[in-house]
Ligand binder design. Sequence first.
Ligand SMILES: Nc1ncnc2c1ncn2[C@@H]1O[C@H](COP(=O)(O)OP(=O)(O)OP(=O)(O)O)[C@@H](O)[C@H]1O
Ligand SMILES: C[C@@](O)(CCOP(=O)(O)OP(=O)(O)O)CC(=O)O
Length: 415
Amino acid sequence: MGEKWVLMKTAQTPTNIAVIKYWGKRDETLILPVNDSISVTLDPAHLCTTTTVAVSPAFQQDRMWLNGKEISLSGGRYQNCLREIRKRAREVEDKERGIKIEKKDWAKLHLHIASYNNFPTAAGLASSAAGFACLVFALAKLMNVSEDESQLSAIARQGSGSACRSLFGGFVKWIMGKEDDGSDSLAVQLVDEKHWEDLFIIIAVVSSRQKETSSTSGMRESVETSSLLQHRAKEVVPKRTIQMEEAIQNRDFASFAKLACADSNQFHAVCLDTLPPIFYMNDTSHRIISYVEKWNRSEGTPQVAYTFDAGPNAVLIARDRKAAAQLIQRLLFYFPPKSDTDLDSYLLGDKTILKDAGLEGLKDVEALSPPPENGSAQKYPGDVSYFICTRPGKGPILLSNDKLALLDPETGLPK
Ligand SMILES: Nc1ncnc2c1ncn2[C@@H]1O[C@H](COP(=O)(O)OP(=O)(O)OP(=O)(O)O)[C@@H](O)[C@H]1O
Ligand SMILES: C[C@@](O)(CCOP(=O)(O)OP(=O)(O)O)CC(=O)O
């Protein structure tokens, strides 16, 4: 194989947000969780990772570029994913270009990987989830791997636990599994993204700075010190998971919202029960919870569910477009943009909701009246960096348009 050909594949993979949280491992290396978790996949049109993987006999070593900068692949998580996917590589032939890679060649061939997140990395928007899922999915396609998405999810899991749930669209369950080798700890799709089309999701990005305690070290400390975590994993989550699956199957928003909010709150209670305590939410997060709770109570039935991962950003899931329009009015009333920010850069993603809410420009935002359910009309301009409007979305896809590849087809280096 003295030739200089480059063979590549590009994939796009969504992020996901857990509505029943994964928090705590029973095996740190294999990344095996202490409980099942359930997530909703977010529309990749608004939040996604794109990854191009390439192989060539000319490459001297495995290399990776993340958001344009070269990063090291020496970490155990990258190495575990690369090893597991290489083990499953099969023969690949491109007759037109006269390229043939035998199964045994993969052990010697090196890879180039370029990845781009269209949202802030390590800001609590699950970049590691989309990132590792995309890496494993793209490599599986390049290497003609025959394993299905669930089996691939068990490899992505070894990059980052939550990544296993990004191999599917819609609602996804990560089954914790029982085996010591992790072979039964994998993701399955509960329903696809068309099952519950009414849902609308608004993310309040409260801070896009990198967080102080990573999920990995935070959950390790919780496992070591929180007795609430033990109770949650043994007694609470098993029942809650069954109820959540039922709520999703029946599109029962009231139960869904009750369970999702309770689970987010319990996860943050576990963080507080950790020694030393971990604070992921801030005053803005707490305010959002309180506004949503008041509004839901005043309506008699939940309009919106909230959930927070290991950071202050709020993920708000509205029961339908009408509720989402009312929600955005409320959010923009309390958290208007700073005077130098225009509405177009303050609200990203699916902007159509602005029209539903009668908000065409900043003048309309300024004219919003205080939500009737809340006694206080105090506003907090600047406390939210921006909003992202999105919906439940589809799983990973292969991009066939070569123009979207992140590596140069001749050199295999970033474009
Ligand atoms: N596109 C990507 N491809 C491969 N790895 C990625 C990608 N994006 C992020 N990562 C990895 O994930 C790490 C960030 O993970 P981290 O858990 O700290 O943040 P996050 O996933 O954005 O937030 P959270 O998991 O709390 O929601 C990065 O340092 C990098 O190693
Ligand atoms: C709060 C969470 O987002 C935690 C995610 O943790 P990670 O999957 O980022 O952790 P590692 O497995 O150590 O990489 C809840 C969830 O996504 O279920």
